[in-house]
Design a protein around this ligand. Structure first.
Ligand SMILES: [Zn+2]
Length: 103
């Protein structure tokens, strides 16, 4: 995958890092339906009152910059790959005691 990422970067295209691992908890990623930037996501597998996230391995994703979305086995969070990082997430991560991971 790294060879593909390097080749795409040279060609000026963007490519994701492929689906994150099933146990994803926190790190940079590209959600298929959340714009063209990679955000720093934290997985939340709790079920909010009034929401049914019990099918297809669904879980919440919250970005450092304040976005909330859902990932499922059908709509998976992808590794950041060559996508540009969200500047707002980066600013939040500049604060002390925040771990940065890139799937
Ligand atoms: Zn962000």
């Amino acid at each position: 995958m790294n060879e593909l990422l390097e080749k795409m970067a040279r060609l000026g295209g963007t490519v994701s890092g492929g689906p994150v691992e099933a146990e994803f908890t926190r790190g940079w990623g590209k959600h298929p339906f959340r714009g063209e930037l990679a955000h720093h996501w934290t997985a939340d597998r709790t079920i909010a009152a009034g929401h049914k996230l019990t099918t297809e391995g669904a879980y919440w994703l919250h970005s450092a910059c304040g976005l909330t979305t859902v990932a499922t086995t059908q709509v998976q969070l992808l590794g950041a790959g060559t996508y540009e990082y969200c500047k707002r997430c980066e600013r939040v991560l500049m604060k002390p005691n925040v771990a940065v991971e890139r799937p």
